[in-house]
Write a protein that binds this ligand. Sequence first.
Ligand SMILES: Cc1cc2nc3c(=O)[nH]c(=O)nc-3n(C[C@H](O)[C@H](O)[C@H](O)COP(=O)(O)OP(=O)(O)OC[C@H]3O[C@@H](n4cnc5c(N)ncnc54)[C@H](O)[C@@H]3O)c2cc1C
Length: 434
Amino acid sequence: MSDVLVIGGGIAGIQASLDMADAGFIVHLVEKEPTIGGHMAQTDKVFPTLDCSSCILTPKMVSVGQHPNIRLYTLSEVAGIEGHAGDFTVEILRHPRYVDESACTGCGACAEACVMKGRIENAFDLGIGKRGAVYIAFPQAVPLKYAIDPDTCLTLSRGKCKKGPPCRLACAADAINFEDTERRLKIHVGAIVVATGYDPFDPTLKPEYGYGKYPEVLTALEVERLCSASGPTLGEIIVNGKKPKKVFFVQCVGSRDHTVGNLYCSRVCCMFTAKQAHMVKDELPDAEVTVTYIDIRAFGKGYEEFYERVQREGIVYRRGVISEVFKKGDRLYVRGEDTFLGETYEEETDMVVLATGLVQREGLDVIKRLGVKTGEDRFFTGPSPLDPVETGIPGVFLAGCCVGPKDIPDTVVQASGAASRAMSVLAATERGDR
Ligand SMILES: Cc1cc2nc3c(=O)[nH]c(=O)nc-3n(C[C@H](O)[C@H](O)[C@H](O)COP(=O)(O)OP(=O)(O)OC[C@H]3O[C@@H](n4cnc5c(N)ncnc54)[C@H](O)[C@@H]3O)c2cc1C
């Protein structure tokens, strides 16, 4: 069997899929969201080069969408897997898009016409931007096909949209299909690559930082969307209607923290904080930007140099993370201890950015039922930490942040490693060695 399954269409799944498809294998890529791209699609620039993230990612996404050897299933999940290396039977559950993918031209006339336009929080922009009930997550989405959110579409949730429905009237391709239903299909593959990525740590589990209570307290991913020139504010950093003059970054939120049960280091936060501190200073040169930290872990190629560069740009690093964010009247304050100076401080600020760590996703039961183990950190793991691609189950391999937090270069390397192991299984099966 020379077909292969990839679960998850972030940069890990995209890289693994392209490697195997280019080598001539048929790849079935299953992504639960309406588009591929994962978290990398949400980031503005990438450390340490400050290259535009989508300039690197989008061409790969387009290649996936156009590759003759890749079958892309978005809004889909793997419902069941049976069999063994060389011969797995996989059941794919396709959720309804309510827009006919083969007919939709991606023109956007439906979204323009939707009565809910601009009234629903866009999850891709983490609620900062708004969309309608029929939407694409972002303009470079792959596939560039609209989807209807059944919970907010008036026709689907209430049985009637008072104006028409206007999306159907506006669609020249006649692609709107309110009768669309869930579909199940079975495929046969010889190997599986799991690339389900991570979730950001939920900052409300650290109530002392006031996330959700004070609008001036943001997560790092929200800041990525805020800084993005194609994001909801077109790159303007505005908090509570104002450009901040003073910004504090708080590192290790949800990482290396016994109180939330995450003892591990999330590995990318020191660098994405340095990157975001640079982006804030770049956009707001007069702003006072302070990073509070426990230790700096700048382990990758060019990372230490980047950390030194941002300090030369005027960003202040203060050892000892902030212990509390609070308000006096309508003014926001941080309280912390400078562990170098051995003194506590309380300072007024306009914005606080929480460097939320990376955690394992919920709901990966199908993969766990296959026998893939999780470690104390809840991420997937194999028999040996020295071989992070292996699961110990023949024919099943791991790639990217589903094994633990990592940056994009390490994710890409691991994805190519997993693809290479999977192709060995496929080649052995084709030769009849399995
Ligand atoms: C704020 C922030 C900034 C960052 N900036 C940088 C940076 O500048 N440079 C850098 O090197 N790294 C950066 N990173 C790290 C980077 O995000 C990760 O290295 C990268 O996204 C990992 O890719 P992945 O494919 O493993 O996971 P993800 O990006 O999480 O992708 C996983 C994909 O799998 C899908 N999926 C999940 N579960 C299922 C399922 N059950 N079925 C089907 N599909 C599923 C998801 O929808 C998603 O599309 C940053 C991280 C954060 C939080």
